[in-house]
Design a binder for this molecule. Structure first.
Ligand SMILES: *[C@@H]1O[C@H](CO)[C@@H](O)[C@H](O)[C@H]1NC(C)=O
Ligand SMILES: *[C@@H]1O[C@H](CO)[C@@H](O)[C@H](O)[C@H]1NC(C)=O
Ligand SMILES: *[C@@H]1O[C@H](CO)[C@@H](O)[C@H](O)[C@H]1NC(C)=O
Length: 288
């Protein structure tokens, strides 16, 4: 009997394991390409995990196969642990050309035990200078957490574990350019930025700790895929409930909480930096 059941188990294992792996779903081989780093970026575990590494010679990076014109991108990321000072893990959407649009998350490393900074920026038509920075309410190197960029016709929202950190509202009506014509691709990279990243460049990368590694899983792009000038969203609107997702009062309360407790820099309050006056979007209360 015992022999029979273990044989049965082995057979069941052989039959079911491949399909279970497939069901575990999001396969990074299908969604992204490692684009640089000469072997320092790797997709492992049957496409379930991606690692980027950085050493003195090079960093590494990947990009989504698809381009999007509006998207909701979620990825679980575990940042470089230990002494990550000087390193930057970037995770952003960007279009091509000289007047590009770009929505940035950048994670600035630190000495062991000192807090990472989450740096965000929004470029429209080639113009950025819209930095906001935050600390996190957890250690982003201990576990995977979900980092999301929601880009719809109404607003761009940056989320961490479903909590909004930052909202950039569509204020085209009053003359603030909004990303809406240029398809963007998702990029991610791990690189050395010890000339500015940690305490403004005071703390340098400790290469004796290399290689530095950041890990990614469950990349999910729920978006309007842009292909040959056509958006996949035009053909089937029932598919795209997220596109018209409102930023309700609960979300606004959460955003206010994060800003109050964790925001450490806001370009919209940096009057020294903008002696001619704050950028237009900062003067509109719902967006600053
Ligand atoms: C990634 O997704 C799989 C399948 O949905 C899930 O079992 C796993 O817990 C997720 N990973 C993380 C780090 O949450
Ligand atoms: C690193 O830690 C120092 C000291 O706590 C802090 O001032 C700084 O904001 C932290 N983050 C970065 C990226 O410099
Ligand atoms: C549109 O999307 C819905 C929801 O996913 C699906 O059930 C339906 O078959 C799709 N319709 C067309 C015409 O593709």
């Amino acid at each position: 009997m015992a022999v029979f059941s273990s044989v049965t188990l082995v057979i069941a294992f052989l039959i079911f394991t491949p399909s279970m792996v497939a069901f575990a779903g999001i396969n990074l081989y299908q969604d992204v390409d490692i684009t640089w780093g000469d072997g320092r970026g790797k997709i492992v575990n049957n496409g379930q995990l991606l690692t980027l590494s950085l050493d003195r010679a090079s960093g590494s990076g990947f990009q989504s196969k698809n381009e999007f014109l509006y998207a909701n991108i979620d990825t679980q990321i575990k940042l470089v642990p230990g002494n990550s000072a000087g390193t930057v893990t970037a995770y952003y959407l960007r279009s091509e050309g000289l007047s590009w649009d770009e929505l940035d998350f950048e994670f600035l490393g630190n000495l062991s035990g000192d807090p990472y900074i989450v740096h965000t920026n929004v470029y429209t038509q080639g113009k950025g200078s819209r930095e906001q920075q935050f600390y996190l309410w957890f250690d982003p190197t201990a576990d995977f957490h979900t980092y999301s960029i929601h880009w719809s016709p109404e607003h761009v929202v940056f989320y961490v574990d479903g909590k909004p950190l930052r909202k950039f509202k569509n204020l085209e009506g009053v003359g603030v350019p909004y990303p809406k014509n240029q398809p963007m691709r998702l990029y991610s990279s791990l690189w050395n930025a010890d000339d500015w990243a940690t305490r403004g460049g005071l703390v340098k990368t400790d290469w004796s700790q290399a290689p530095f590694t950041a890990s990614f899983m469950n990349f999910s792009a729920n978006g309007c895929v842009w292909s040959n000038g056509v958006s996949s969203c035009n053909s089937n609107s029932s598919h795209n409930a997220w596109l018209s997702q409102q930023f309700d009062s609960t979300s606004q309360k959460r955003l206010n909480w994060v800003r109050k407790k964790y925001m450490i820099y806001n370009y919209c309050t940096d009057t020294k930096r903008f002696p001619q006056g704050l950028p237009l979007e900062c003067t509109i209360r719902t967006n600053s």
